[in-house]
Design a protein around this ligand. Structure first.
Ligand code: FES
Length: 319
């Protein structure tokens, strides 16, 4: 994938533990166009690549904005972004990609954000407002001090569409979600982004009332529903070379490819970014990603190498 060189133009504290980073293009060309919901790979340093949703103004083709929460249990990316990255520093990023598409033909949208999940959601709210599509933004956070972009939302053009849910406990959050999601609107859509626990609560409630194709979500970490599921060994066959390799019960397909010096693109290693999606030639996959849609899973012709496995003893993939 082609990398883009950027310079950090501005770092701003948006809430407790949340900084936004305004990235400026170097050179003459403009950034590619992108739609709300898009994210970029940011090469944070020390070989660590993380995906961050774009939350700035898509019309500004000289800048991109991301916001990063300093995770207490950082896998390295947010720690580097918060402690090492400075204004003026050069970074490499990937082109914007989008797995979280906004339906601009919808008649109504409910936008649900929790914590740093506000980043793709605020970009969607900006766009919906611009298009004149009615929407509501329901934003859940631990406390007012943890509500990123609060000022932008409170004083912005669509302040009346925003409801803040600050400091709720899990039961109160569940009650609020029940209230928000219990009256589906014809032609409406529900979009959600937030930490795993919130997503479980919001998705299950949304699917009780809304058709599944009206519920769209973006995860930024592995789906906890797959954690601890039993695994067994299987064989992958690489269709282009005929090489067969065993994937042990504690390994991923990606681990085995890497161990055998076979190149495969990857990024998040959590089944959320889609970089490692590969065609299946033969066999069935047991999908453990959060990237492929239900339709794509039902077609059965692709899988995410970083987390998904074979259903059965053998899988032939297009590598
Ligand atoms: S590397 Fe991101 S989905 Fe597999």
């Amino acid at each position: 994938m082609t990398l883009i060189n950027v310079k950090v133009a501005k770092i701003k504290r948006e809430a407790e533990g949340v900084h936004s980073f305004l990235l400026a293009k170097t050179g003459l060309f403009k950034f590619p166009k992108y739609a709300p919901g898009a994210h970029i790979d940011v090469h944070c340093g020390e070989g660590i690549i993380r995906q961050y949703s774009l939350c700035g103004d898509p019309e500004d083709r000289r800048h991109l904005m991301v916001a990063v929460k300093h995770e207490e249990r950082s896998r390295g990316g947010s720690e580097l972004m918060h402690t090492k990255v400075e204004v003026g520093q050069r970074l490499e990023i990937g082109s914007p990609r989008n797995n979280f598409h906004l339906d601009e033909a919808a008649s109504y949208a409910i936008l649900l954000a929790a914590g740093i999940g506000i980043t793709p959601i605020i970009a969607m709210a900006d766009r919906l407002y611009k298009l004149g599509i009615p929407f509501e933004l329901q934003y859940f956070s631990r406390a007012e001090t943890h509500t990123a972009f609060r000022k932008r939302l409170v004083s912005g053009d669509y302040a009346q569409n925003v409801t803040f849910h600050e400091g709720l406990d899990p039961a109160q959050t569940g009650d609020a979600l029940d209230h928000i999601l219990s009256a589906p609107k014809r032609g409406g859509q529900v979009y959600m982004c937030g930490p795993g626990v919130f997503m479980e609560a919001a998705e299950s409630r949304a699917l009780k009332h809304w058709p599944s194709d009206a519920v769209k979500l973006e995860r930024f970490a592995a789906n906890p529903a797959f954690a601890g599921l039993p695994t067994s060994k299987f064989t992958i066959e690489l269709a282009r070379s005929g090489i067969a390799l065993e994937v042990g019960k504690d390994e991923t397909i990606l681990d085995v490819l890497e161990a055998n010096d076979i190149n495969a693109a990857f990024s998040c290693e959590q089944g959320v970014c889609g970089t490692c999606v590969t065609d299946i030639i033969e066999g069935k996959a047991e999908h453990r990603d959060s990237f492929l849609s239900e339709k794509e899973r039902a077609r059965g012709d692709k899988l995410c190498l970083c987390v998904s496995r074979a259903k059965g003893e053998r899988l032939v993939i297009d590598i």
